[in-house]
Design a protein around this ligand. Structure first.
Ligand SMILES: O=C(O)CCC(=O)C(=O)O
Ligand SMILES: [Fe+2]
Length: 297
């Protein structure tokens, strides 16, 4: 039986993020509560729910389906016995400690990511999310105009090597880099996305950047790096972020096309989170031009 709940939404930072109280997330959650959650998500971009220990892999996936069709990762095999769960286990190098939007190396980007805290260190291991719309509105007008004309090339052939050494022995890091090459980058995608995209629901302008960006079209790699740093600095400025201190059983839902995130790798204990991404959207720029695949090999 679906249970009706009275939900309460509490903002966690000025520009992004809210905690939702008074709701038990289940696959059969009632339509009214679900609409309230969706409305809150479109307003706050990331929603935090404590105390969802009752969810397992199967009910996590079934609940996620209420937000759209499952989107299995294009290259990383799904967790055993699941349809679409991506597991990030710190013991196997699963540390997303660099700013990104999920899966932007393909033209159809997942709309929502739904992440569950399975094993959480006693201290550290927070995740930070950033609002990419306020990042855009913070830009000086000249940079907004430039950004609106720019296209970025995103690829999963990404330099994970530098990250692998954070809080990790050299041996473990090498192991991880090898695994990364043979699994994550086994198929190489290159996609062009506009740097300023219109949000599919409300048409707000968002910066679409993150660690899959290799280069801007028409700029050398070194020019691209310099320009990237300027634009991305608006995304990661603390005013545009919210930070979440995980507990086991937390569930976090974010609007992937409206945000970036960073998992802080400041812990030594084991940390396991599991993610389901759902629905997809091909970004469009202010002129209605769409992202497209350059190559796949
Ligand atoms: O480990 C985390 O908190 C976030 C990992 C991540 O980037 C993701 O689930 O998409
Ligand atoms: Fe991510």
């Amino acid at each position: 039986m679906a249970t009706k709940s009275k939900i309460e939404i509490v903002k966690k930072a000025g520009r992004i993020g809210a905690e939702v109280h008074g709701v038990k997330l289940t696959p059969d959650i009632d339509g009214e509560t679900l609409s309230q959650i969706k409305e809150a998500l479109s307003e706050h971009l990331v929603l935090f729910f404590r105390g969802q220990e009752h969810l397992d892999d199967a009910t996590h996936e079934e609940f996620a389906k209420r937000f759209g069709e499952l989107f299995a990762h294009p290259t990383v095999p799904v967790k055993e016995n699941t349809a679409a769960i991506l597991e990030l286990d710190s013991q196997y190098g699963g540390k997303a400690n660099s700013w990104h939007t999920d899966v932007t190396f393909v033209p159809e980007v997942p709309r929502y990511s739904i992440l569950r805290g399975v094993e959480i260190p006693s201290v550290g291991g927070d995740t930070i999310w950033a609002n990419t719309h306020t990042a855009y509105t913070d830009l000086p007008e000249e940079l907004q105009e430039l950004a609106e004309k720019l296209w970025a090339i995103h690829s999963n052939k990404f330099d994970y090597a530098a990250l692998a050494y954070v809080n990790q022995s050299k041996e473990k890091a090498r192991e991880y880099i090898e695994k990364h090459r043979s699994v994550f980058a086994r198929i190489e995608y290159e996609t062009r996305h506009p740097v300023v995209i219109l949000h599919p629901e409300n048409g707000k302008k968002h910066l679409l950047l993150g660690h899959f960006v290799r280069q801007f079209e028409g700029y050398s790699t070194s020019q691209s790096a310099a320009l990237y740093e300027i634009l991305q600095s608006y995304v990661t400025r603390p005013e545009n972020t919210v930070r979440w201190n995980w507990q086991k059983g937390d569930l976090v839902i974010w609007d992937n096309l409206a945000s970036q995130h960073y998992a802080v790798a400041d812990y030594d204990e084991r940390r396991i989170v599991r993610r389901v991404t759902v629905s997809k959207n091909t970004p469009k720029n202010v002129n209605g031009e769409e992202s497209s695949l350059i190559r796949k090999k």
